[in-house]
Every structure is written in structure tokens, then in C-alpha cells.
Ligand binder design. Sequence first.
Ligand code: PHE
Length: 340
Amino acid sequence: MPNPIIEKISSALEISRQKLREAKTENDIEAVRVDLFGRKGLMPALSKEMSAVPSEEKREVGNALNNAKNEIQTLIDEAKAAISSVSSSASDEIDVTLPGRTWKLGKKHPVTMVIDDCVSIFRRMGFIVAEGPEIETVYHNFDALNTPPEHPSRDPQDTFYFPDGRLLRTQTSPVQIRVMESRKPPIRIVAPGRVYRRDTPDATHGMNFHQIEGLYVDRNVSLSDLKSILLAFAHEMLGPSVGVRLRPHFFPFTEPSVEYDFSCIMCGGKGCRVCKNSGWLEISGAGMVDPNVFKTVGLDPETWSGYAFGMGIERIAMIRYRINDIRLLFENDVRFLKQF
Ligand code: PHE
């Protein structure tokens, strides 16, 4: 006749196995644990009864009790693990009714788009891209460009100087010098890039903005070549009905110098608010390379001739995309940039 405690143990084992097999929630498992191991549970009660077990049976009953505890603890752990793996796989399930995730693609800034378009237009006309540093020497930014020492553009009020005497270039024109120093004509380059001026930012001025410089050096280059290239550019960039006009101007490094305008694309030249009723939109400066500049870079002005032009990239972007404040192009407000 086995000890009655052993019978209690085996029937408790039987019932617990059954319950744990059927357990569906953590609570079901917890209930089994409390029944057996809780303060008023079966196991502590049976442990107490151990003292009444005759000593020759103690060993057998004790073993049975320990084995039962171990087995049930293992079953409880397994049941818990099974439930948590079911619930986590349920949360991984794909809810096909959820709206899809949209991937927000970045895109080019309007200034970059205009630069890219300018470059591709000029490349088709035989120009290649040249580059120069944004931190320039006074020599390249002013001296070699025939700019006299007293010229107002050199004033620290207008130009950012470094303590070592170098400066943030105020124009892309120093790239002309660097190219002519290092290459033999014929030369046909465009140089897009960032320039800096000590201006107070307003709707039409920024402290740094972008220009694209053009330089063509060859034999027998004329002002009409310059005008035709500007016209071809205007047609590609803004449409076939856009006209170009040159107005006399002065730049130290070109002679003669011009400012050039494109006819207003808003009103077709009739006059409107955008062109301030003039029918024309100012673009930038240009001219024939000054003989002094050729001499400085070691080219004979009797042999070589050339034209140079600059364009304000933001200016073109503002015309092309009808933007009325240049600051929008620097503030990087996504609501603005999204529209391009
Ligand atoms: N560098 C001049 C400016 O920034 C523009 C220019 C370029 C004029 C080339 C003549 C020739 O205003």
C-alpha cells in the first residue's frame, strides 16, 4: 500500500498536467501555480504532512514530492513560453487594412535644378564646367580682374575678409583668371558656384547666393557672339519668345561692358508688376574681356579676344518659378521646397 501522500501527489500531478495543457492565458497558468505552490497551496500543505510520515517511508515520499514540484515547475514554464510566442506572433501579423507607408523621396533644391539646367544648356553649346575656391585671394577676386585698389566693391563693408587677407569670393569671375592661368585658348567654360557679399538680406538680396560665370576666349570673338549665346540660353531656359537686350555698363574686367535683360516672361514685354512696367528683367553683367586682364594672365590681347558673362542663379530661379522673395530659397522650409 503506497503512502497516501504519494497518491495525493500523483493525482495532483495528473490534474495539473491536464490544466496546463488546456491553459490559454497567463491567468490559467497562474491559477495552477497558486493551487500548487501558493501559500495555501497543495505543495506546502504536503510538505507539512511530511513530519507525520514514518521514517522508513520519508525518503520515498520526499523524492516523489520533489519530483512532482520539479515537473510542474517545468510544465508551467513551458506553458508560459508557448503562450507568449503565440501572442507575439499574433502582433506581427500584417493588418492588410492599414494604409500603406509612403516613402518620402528627397528632391533637388530649385537652386540646384537651375544650376543643373544652366550647365546642361551651356554644355550643349560647347562649354565645359570649371571650378574655383570659395575662399579666394584678393589677387584672383580683384587685382587680376583689373579692379583698382580704391574700387568700392573691395570695401570691408561689402566683402567678407579673413584675418590672413583672403576673402570669400564676391563673384565667380575669379574662376576666369584661374582658368586662363592654367589653360591655353581656345577656352569655353562655365563656372557655377556660391558667392558672398556683405549685404543686408531682403527680398532680392542674400549674403550668399549663386552665380554662373561664362568665359569664351578665341580669335575674333565679338560682342554679337556674346549676344547670340545669351539669346540662345534665354530661349532654352525660359522659352522661344524671350528676347535679350544689352545696356551699356561698367565692369573693371570687361570692355565694353554691358548689363543684359531678358524680356519679361510674365507679360511678354508689355509691362507688368514683375518687370516694374519696363517689359524687361535684369539678369546680370557681361562684356568683352578687358585687354588688361589678358595681359595679367599672359595672353596677348592682339591675338586673343573673348567675352565673359555672369548670371545670378537665384534671379533666374525666381523668374522661372515665379518666386517673389529670394529668402525663400535659403530658408529650406519644406512646405516651400515640396512645390518643386
Ligand atoms: N562678376 C560680375 C558681377 O558679379 C558679373 C560679370 C561677369 C560682369 C562677367 C562681366 C563679366 O556683377
